[in-house]
Every structure is written in structure tokens, then in C-alpha cells.
Design a protein around this ligand. Structure first.
Ligand code: RBF
Length: 347
């Protein structure tokens, strides 16, 4: 009986899905409006990756609209309760409204794949993720080994410099919101790898907030780390990053910013921005989907040589905050990474 019921429900979904396909994936038959959803697994505000994601998709839609197409975009914030994301995604897909669902973070493919098997015509575009074997899922990830390495390298140089808040210890920190494979296996090891390449013996103090929003907890951790000898901290904690910034302003330590350009957030204290071009990539790939030129179903990794990972070197705050000898060393590292003298393939 249960089996019959699930076959019935599945057939119903399939019927609705096929109808949607015939209607061009749209409820808006007459005008053929294309509908795009951005599913944010968390909160947009304060999370660089999600801010860039939304901005990129919005500009693609705006450009396409300006060119005379009828495309719209809806942003759905799924919130910080990760256990709810699957259910929320399922109901979004089951609406059958969206031609494309765009999302971002390395945990999303595992959540989406089983849903996609139930609704095979729904197309997904996932950034900051890697997945193969499902034609409906297209993923793009960044070479975060390069990104983490650059951050660690400059953080260690600053830690051992004669800058105002640098102490005598060779010790830097990383505050993560949570532990996840990309953090434990790529970002943290690469941060350490870069630090030790710049300053042999440099150690990394790694602490975990427990969620992506608790700025108070992140501030407490930062103070404890500063007391334990960290003079540069890299926060990767979404909305909780705000607590690290507040503590840096209060107690005086440096911040290595990750993902987007963060120099404006604490002038004089931000020493670097190791960025991923998520806004540009989201713009390019959404536009490609709209125009029908997106190659779907495959994973792609993009890094420094492709121009999707970089260190911001032209910001006035960088030039004013970081001494010239350190900036020159960073230019050399960037050149070595670009010409292959140093090779850090994505893992
Ligand atoms: N990054 C954020 O900035 N904000 C978030 O809310 C957020 N949530 C995440 C949830 C999960 C389950 C995972 C695996 C990653 C999350 N990230 C988040 C991290 C993001 O994908 C990326 O690893 C970091 O921004 C470093 O580039």
C-alpha cells in the first residue's frame, strides 16, 4: 500500500514536472518568463559568499532584462538551521516554478542529489561545490588551496613583522564557524602550508564558533586567541565575522579577510583579502543559462591562473597598511603561482 502510494505521488510529480517542461519550465506561459531562484543556505547579510552569489545572479538577470528578455529572480533565505535545508529545497523544487535553482556551499550537492533524482528535470547551478554524476547538477568550485595559502603566507609575514600589533610569537589564528571537509581538508591545511612556507615554525591556532551567526562567541574566541599570542586572525564564520572585527578594533590585532574584499571593514587592521570571484562567476554562469549556452552536468574547478582566485593588491588600504617589503614578497608569490614555479593544485 505504502509502495503504491509513493509510486502514485512520484507519478504525480513527474506529470507536473513534464507539464512544466512543456510550458518551458514556467507557469507564465504567455509571456514565457524565465524564473530563477537563489536558494541561500544561511543568511545573506554578513556572508561574503552569499552576498556575491546574490549580486552576481541579480546582475545577470538585470542585464538579460535590459536586453529585452523576461527573466525574474527570487531569493530564498533558508536560514541557519541546516537540518531544514533539505525540506525547504524539496518544497521549492516541488513548486515546479523555477527554470533554475542557484545555490552555494560545498554541502549542497549531497542535499540536492537525492531531491534531483525525484525531480529530474529541475536544473541546479551550485557554486563553491563539486559534484559529478548527475546531469541536472552543474557545480563550480574554487582552488581554495591557493586562496588559503595566500592568506597564511601574508598572515605569517605580518605576524613576524615590526607592525604595531605584531608580537614576538610566530602564531596566527583561524576562526571557523564550523568544521566541514573543505575547511578541515583544504582551507586550514593550506593556511598552515602558506604560513610555514613564509615563516618556518609558524603555528596556526584553530577555533570553532559552532554556527555562522554568533558574533559574541566569535569575539570571545578572538580575545582568547589574542591572549594566547595570535596577532593575525582569519575569520571564516559568516555573520559571526563581525565579532572578530569588533574584537580586533577593541584589543588590537590584524585580520586576514577571506572570500571578498574586506579592507573597508576595519581600516588599518585588515592586512589582506584573498578573494574568490564568486560574483563574476555567478553572473557569467547565470547569464549562460539564460542564453542557453551553459554546459551542464559537470564540475569545474577555477583558480588563480583562471582569474577566479586572487589577492587584492590594488586597494589603497592594503598599500597603506601593509609594509612594502611584505607586499613585494606577496607579488613574488603571486607571480610564482601564476607561472607555475609554485604549484598548488586543488585537492
Ligand atoms: N559561509 C558563509 O559565509 N556563511 C554561511 O552561512 C555559510 N554556511 C555554510 C554551511 C555549510 C554546511 C558549509 C559546508 C559551508 C558554509 N559556508 C558559509 C562556508 C562557505 O561555503 C565557504 O567555505 C567559506 O566562505 C570559505 O570560502
Amino acid at each position: 500500500m505504502k509502495k503504491l502510494l509513493s509510486i502514485f505521488i512520484f507519478s504525480l510529480f513527474l506529470f507536473v514536472s513534464i507539464q512544466n517542461l512543456v510550458a518551458g519550465g514556467s507557469h507564465d506561459n504567455e509571456s514565457k518568463t524565465m524564473h530563477i531562484a537563489v536558494f541561500v543556505p544561511g543568511i545573506v547579510s554578513g556572508s561574503p559568499v552569499y552576498e556575491m552569489l546574490c549580486a552576481g545572479v541579480r546582475s545577470a538577470v538585470a542585464e538579460s532584462t535590459a536586453n529585452g528578455n523576461t527573466v525574474d529572480v527570487t531569493v530564498i533565505e533558508a536560514g541557519t538551521r541546516q537540518a531544514d535545508w533539505g525540506t525547504k529545497m524539496t518544497s521549492l523544487v516541488a513548486q515546479g516554478t523555477y527554470d533554475l535553482i542557484v545555490t552555494s556551499n560545498p554541502a549542497m550537492p549531497e542535499i540536492i542529489d537525492p531531491i534531483s533524482r525525484q525531480f529530474p528535470i529541475q536544473k541546479f547551478l551550485i557554486f563553491d561545490a563539486w559534484f559529478s554524476g548527475n546531469p541536472a547538477i552543474t557545480t563550480f568550485r574554487y582552488n581554495q588551496r591557493e586562496q588559503g595559502y595566500l592568506s597564511g603566507y601574508i598572515a605569517a609575514l605580518v605576524s613576524t613583522s615590526s607592525m604595531e600589533y605584531a608580537n614576538s610569537q610566530k602564531k596566527i589564528g583561524l576562526i571557523a564557524a564550523q568544521e566541514y571537509p573543505a575547511m578541515n581538508e583544504i582551507i586550514l591545511p593550506a593556511f598552515r602550508e602558506g604560513a610555514q612556507a613564509a615563516v618556518p615554525g609558524c603555528t596556526v591556532d584553530f577555533r570553532v564558533v559552532g554556527n555562522w551567526y554568533d558574533a559574541t562567541k566569535a569575539a570571545e574566541l578572538s580575545r582568547a586567541m589574542k591572549n594566547a599570542g595570535c596577532d593575525v586572525i582569519m575569520p571564516i564564520a559568516g555573520g559571526a565575522n563581525q565579532g572578530v572585527i569588533a574584537a580586533a578594533k577593541d584589543t588590537g590585532f590584524y585580520i586576514a579577510w577571506f572570500d571578498d574584499n574586506g579592507f573597508i571593514k576595519a581600516p588599518g587592521l585588515i592586512i589582506s583579502s584573498a578573494v574568490m570571484a564568486q560574483e563574476r562567476l555567478a553572473y557569467e554562469k547565470t547569464l549562460a543559462f539564460i542564453t542557453g549556452s551553459l554546459e551542464t552536468g559537470n564540475p569545474t574547478t577555477l583558480g588563480l591562473s583562471d582569474g577566479y582566485i586572487s589577492l587584492v593588491t590594488d586597494d589603497l588600504q592594503y598599500i597603506e597598511t601593509v609594509p612594502q617589503d611584505i607586499r613585494e614578497k606577496m607579488n613574488q608569490i603571486l607571480t610564482s603561482l601564476k607561472n607555475g614555479t609554485i604549484s598548488l593544485p586543488a585537492r
